[in-house]
Ligand binder design. Sequence first.
Ligand SMILES: [Zn+2]
Ligand SMILES: [Zn+2]
Ligand SMILES: [Zn+2]
Length: 246
Amino acid sequence: MRRSLFFFLVLFLAGLGLAQQVCRYCKGNVDLQPFTYRDGVYQVCSKCRSSLPNCSLCDHPSSRPAYRDGRFICPSCLKTGMFDKTRVATLATQVQSYMSSLLGAEAKTLPPIQLVDYDEMRTKFNESGRAVDVVAFYRPYNPEMVYLLTGETEVESGSHLAHELTHAWESRACIQQDRALTEGMACWVQYQYLMSGGHSSEAQRVTRHSDPDYGASLVYLLGRSRALGNGPFIQKVRKSRNLKDV
Ligand SMILES: [Zn+2]
Ligand SMILES: [Zn+2]
Ligand SMILES: [Zn+2]
């Protein structure tokens, strides 16, 4: 009895030793601080916190060297992010089939998706005459395409695809519209897509978008779709020029 208690104590102390945490990067243990990375909590010491760059995706301390497009991307984001074309193609098929069930026939002929790194995204986006950083955008012609930035989570990528593909649907199914309705409707589809996958906190975040053509328009359109029902609401959107016509 005593002997087994002794062995139990040895095992318990060995377990504590394994659980004793070390810095994710240098394996040291000075002044550790926990960070919630995408795939779990990791400790980072004060020296690494002050010397390492921040991950451009999750903003926590990241390892060197930089990813091939110049961004610093931590091991957790590298492991979980969308970097693989086949994985994006599978996701795009899911998003498109959700959209055609929600929006109807025009959503069956949506444009292809191209997964691009940060440097290429900037070049493509600047070609279209705008100059801010984006994670996804829709180019209506030459060629018609949706561009998606590498490295986002699967939920983020699906959400952004739903938004950008809605712009492609609008170009097929709707009359010429103001920005509040165009962006509000893209956010509405994005919101519905997130809710359909059970991601309600991500969906709520879209309603709080700081640009009123996105956030406030979405809140208004959600009120309208609840009042009308989704089918009649979508019919109304197709024929409306301005947000307040819906
Ligand atoms: Zn360290
Ligand atoms: Zn990261
Ligand atoms: Zn948009």
